[in-house]
Write a protein that binds this ligand. Structure first.
Ligand SMILES: [Zn+2]
Length: 474
């Protein structure tokens, strides 16, 4: 019997109608969605192998920037360590000692955490990318894997040729493609990659039509180094190096030390700016998202990593961003002025400013765009990955079943709004990737945590972490 999954509430996406919730049956062939039947009749419903009646079925979330294995540093970005450059002072020290087997063990734990958060597709970026891909395959998580490339500094500086070779091999691998793993080029950051290597990366990206996934302007040290060497900003450096003008997709992560002029170079839908708000608030401070939205730049959201975020729940990042304009109002110079000399006129001025900020962001933060970010990994309605296009024929068979009876959806008048603003995780009932249920529907979390696979993955990760910490003298 072919696998068919349906309910009275399925979140669908089309160019014409945008995101809608309709009764539908999803027919699955292997790892992919074969067809969608909307408004099924009674006979078709009876013939459905997995009919969930009132429950809501959606695609899985897309996490547009993460390092699955960096959970081994969870909780170590303590206050005294955030005083410096946490990536260079702490991460690099441990990463120099890490082995491929360690990365695989830690990434498995990250992959489980993603699945249990409703994320089915990630954009990962790390050393030993082959081990990350293996871990994802073992757990059933799909995504784009970028081997971290750096030749000037950092723990991977002597390994970039292997990383580049792996990227090209991954791109040609049917085995990985069938398991939902694709490749991206992963230059580490603007200051850790030489001009020569940047040229090679753009050449390979263009030849193979691969996206470039890179951290940009994430620290004052990076900004200073590029200024000293090239006399320009990190973003302007990318423009001068031909990266921004290249036709390939560019996935620019963090973008903190960025001017408004720099942002004007990013006004192109092949450039996506990736916001990781909670991570940035811990390792540094948030980028100027309001400028991104005022300029209507393409963007998406990521969790970064458990080391600096402590959470891999991308939907929680979205909840923060969706209300971000009001956070910026609370920190505005106008509000400081009000607090210095509070008058009714100034209070009214704040109210007017609130409306102005809201209207400036209406385009970027409208419900349809936010759902695009959550489920497609782009603010635009056009898919950026051929197999991640919502619940549609040709997409990976990745979906989540949500318990409609859970109070987080009640009274049920605005499910699209709930998916953005509610804390929906307790309502997760089941998750499928590549056409396979992960855990038991209706008993998801307990069934995964009690599985032998999870228990042995956790045991191995704990043992390897203890050994790594000993090796690094921490
Ligand atoms: Zn990162």
């Amino acid at each position: 019997m072919p696998l068919t999954v349906g309910s009275k509430r399925v979140l669908l996406h089309s160019q014409e109608k945008g995101w809608t919730v309709e009764p539908a049956i999803i027919q699955i062939d292997g790892a992919h969605i074969k067809s969608i039947k909307t408004y099924p009749n009674a006979e078709q419903i009876t013939a459905t192998s997995h009919w969930y009646a009132d429950d809501l079925i959606t695609p899985g979330f897309v996490d547009s920037h993460t390092h699955l294995s960096l959970n081994f540093l969870r909780g170590r970005v303590a206050a005294e360590q955030t005083a410096g450059n946490v990536v260079e002072d702490l991460f690099f020290k441990l990463e120099e000692k890490i082995t491929a087997a360690d990365v695989s063990a830690f990434a498995r734990m990250g992959a489980y955490e993603c699945l249990l958060s409703g994320t089915t597709f990630v954009w990962d970026h790390y050393y030993h990318a082959d081990a990350v891909a293996d871990a994802m395959i073992q757990v059933g998580l799909t995504g784009t894997v970028a081997a971290t490339l750096q030749d000037l500094s950092g723990p991977g500086k002597n390994d970039w040729e292997n990383g580049l070779a792996f990227t090209q091999a991954l791109n040609g691998s049917d085995y990985h493609a069938q398991l939902g793993i694709s490749a991206a080029l992963g230059p580490h950051a603007t200051d850790t990659v030489s001009e020569d290597l940047w040229r090679k990366i753009v050449e390979v990206a263009e030849k193979l039509s691969l996206p470039i996934h890179v951290h940009v302007a994430q620290s004052p040290e990076e900004f200073q180094r590029i200024q000293t060497q090239y006399g320009c900003s990190p973003v302007d450096f990318l423009r001068r190096a031909g990266v921004l003008d290249s036709a390939v997709d560019k996935h620019l992560v963090h973008m903190i030390y960025v001017s408004q002029k720099d942002l004007s170079y990013c006004k192109n839908d092949s450039v996506r700016l990736i916001a990781c708000p909670h991570s940035q608030m811990i390792f540094h401070f948030p980028a100027a998202y309001m400028d991104w939205w005022r300029m209507d730049l393409n963007w998406a959201v990521g969790t970064d990593c458990a080391a600096s975020n402590d959470s891999l729940r991308v939907q929680a990042e979205m909840r923060t961003l969706a209300t971000w304009p009001m956070t910026s109002l609370g920190l505005s110079s106008e509000f400081s002025e009000f607090r210095r000399s509070a008058t009714p006129v100034q209070a009214q001025g704040m109210s007017a400013l609130r409306h102005t900020l809201q209207s400036e962001c209406t385009l970027s933060l409208n419900q349809q765009n936010l759902l695009n970010v959550l489920f497609l990994g782009t603010a635009r309605s056009k898919a950026i990955h051929p197999k991640v296009n919502g619940l549609a024929p040709g997409s990976l068979a990745n979906l989540v079943v949500w318990n409609w009876e859970d109070p987080v959806f009640w009274p049920g008048h605005a499910p699209l709004h709930s998916l953005i603003f509610s804390d929906v995780q307790p309502a997760m009932k089941g998750i499928m990737t590549l056409g396979k249920w992960r855990g038991t529907v209706g008993d998801l979390r307990r069934s995964v945590l009690n599985s032998n696979e999870y228990k042995s993955a956790r045991r191995e990760a704990t043992d390897r972490l203890n050994t790594l910490l000993n090796r690094a003298g921490i």
